[in-house]
Design a protein around this ligand. Sequence first.
Ligand code: ATP
Length: 236
Amino acid sequence: MLKIESVNVSYGAIRAVKGVSLEVSAGEIVTIIGANGAGKSTLLKSIVGLEPVVAGRILIDGQDCTTVPAHKRVELGVAMSPEGRGVFADQTVRENLMLGAYSRKKNTVGTEAALKREFARFPRLKERQGQLSGTLSGGEQQMLAISRALMSEPRLLLLDEPSLGLAPLIVKSIFDAIRQLRESGLTILLVEQMAKQALGVADRAYVLETGHITLEGSGLDLLNNPKVKAAYLGTH
Ligand code: ATP
């Protein structure tokens, strides 16, 4: 579904992503783990078209999308829940969700039906639909960010650090939601610093270090890899 070939992304003189190649097949959960500043968010932004690629190619369903604008990539079925959630604080929950529906293709279920589906997925959002999003708790904002991405009915969902800053119980519910999304047939590329949980849910995983992929394997392989254990799991 997604193929990235030798992608480079720079911010001026800073080379944030250096020759990264990876693949995500339909129905998989693939995770990218890595330390702060490794280039994870930059890589996701380049996939959705929010950061330009200076070299390499991004293919969605075999189609070269390297220079396709972001809104067109949404139409191709790619959506992202960004790091820090990016919800519009002074708009209500319902208004934020409606914005997520903006780029949907016309021939899918109606917006009201999509809203209903998201409210069934996260009943808390239904209860809070009239509340200003900036006053939601961190966990609620994360649910909203994921739901808003799902309003565009993506086939590939990119999740940037969904567990960031959340209490353990909320983290668990977010990972439960990720599992359910996979069961519903969605393909997911998940960026996480919570390496243990991310590798536990992932079919396959990549380790990104200072812009390079240094390891790849099944989620289980990397969970048991001594280097991963030492660097990311806090165990030896
Ligand atoms: P974190 O887990 O801390 O979010 P990350 O792996 O997502 O880190 P990125 O946010 O992709 O890392 O950052 C990769 C590198 O690019 C870092 O050195 C960062 O300082 C730099 N960088 C990111 N965004 C910009 C920007 N807008 N301008 C300049 N440099 C940037």
